[in-house]
Design a protein around this ligand. Structure first.
Ligand code: CP
Length: 314
């Protein structure tokens, strides 16, 4: 297929074919990271700006590594020391990045929809690095890439997403992506962490992890996002860990080769035990490695999409 989108804002708007195409493109880029000289010239002469309004380790570094492997120039804007602190608006910051002749801006923001606002106001490519509770598309893509690599397919897999569904952009993007590619998705959490009407997105809902984990091919464990809400809205940590924490006792109920995923950062002893996080079923660090190939694919494709749109103006 010919990629036509200049932005990646979320998986809700992508077709199954487009998602498959990103995963196939990522597979072709994965090999680059195994070379002695880990570089291809695909984005030589292009500039990628990382504009992160929220903390990040994996996503920011992964986008930087991905851009450098494609031979792009990379600029990281530290919002804390930028003119955002003098009251500059998101749109003005974006327009200045565009005026500085960047080609792609990767944005992480605490407000849902911030990447969409930039996309509507800029001509350069915009990539969502996580916005509020809305979407984290490259995380879900790397989760799906890892599932496909480990289990050979997405269609028909039984995937359980456990934890703080209510505050999770990772959950939302995974739900859009996995259901489009034909997986059976169950979200599992205490009722207070399940958003109303989530079933309408095509998922099953359960508060019985002991039951759900028995049939699961993979469990994606979410971090409890204590920073996002009133702590009163959260269950007590010990109580949560006993019922929903992924421990060796829970794994004893599951298929022997179940895949344990986590987007990171992990909270050991809160949503996952150290034994499981570091154990043989865990693919947590492989997810991080796969993030490079997935983000190389996304940066490459949005750059192609920009060229397509410039050649086919509306
Ligand atoms: N998974 C993820 O988004 O991690 P960071 O917050 O470290 O980028």
């Amino acid at each position: 297929m010919e990629w036509q989108r200049k932005d990646l804002l979320g998986l809700e708007e992508l077709s199954a074919e487009e998602i498959e195409f990103i995963l196939e493109t990522a597979a072709s880029f994965k090999e680059v990271s195994t070379r002695e000289i880990k570089k291809v010239p695909a984005l030589r002469g292009k500039t990628v700006v990382n504009l992160f309004y929220e903390p990040s380790t994996r996503t920011r570094v992964s986008f930087e590594v991905a851009a450098k492997r494609l031979s792009a120039d990379v600029i990281n804007i530290a919002v804390e020391t930028s003119s955002v602190k003098k009251g500059e608006t998101l749109i003005d910051t974006g327009k200045n990045i565009e005026a500085l002749k960047a080609d792609i801006v990767v944005i992480r923001h605490g407000s849902s929809g911030a990447p969409n606002i930039l996309s509507r106001n800029l001509n350069i490519s915009v990539v969502n690095g996580g916005d509020g509770w809305h979407e984290h598309p490259t995380q879900a893509l790397l989760d799906m890439f890892t599932l496909k690599e480990k289990l050979g397919r997405i269609k028909g897999l039984d995937v359980c997403i456990v934890g703080d569904i209510a505050h999770s952009r990772v959950a939302r993007s995974n739900i859009w992506g996995l259901t489009k590619l034909g997986a059976k998705v169950t979200v599992c959490a205490p009722a207070m962490l399940i958003p109303a009407e989530i079933e309408k997105l095509g998922v099953l809902v359960s508060d019985d992890l002991d039951k759900v984990i028995r049939n699961a091919d993979a469990v994606n464990v979410l971090r409890m996002q204590f920073e996002r809400d009133n702590q009163e809205a959260f269950p007590k940590q010990l109580e949560y860990f006993q019922k929903f924490g992924i421990t060796e006792e829970k794994l004893a109920l599951a298929k022997k080769d179940i895949i344990i995923m986590h987007p990171g950062p992990i909270n050991r002893g809160i949503e996952i035990s150290s034994e499981v996080a570091d154990g043989k079923n865990s693919v947590i660090l492989e997810q991080v490695t796969n993030g490079i190939a997935v983000r190389m694919a996304v940066l490459f494709l949005v750059s192609q999409g920009k060229e397509y749109q410039d050649a086919h103006p509306h």
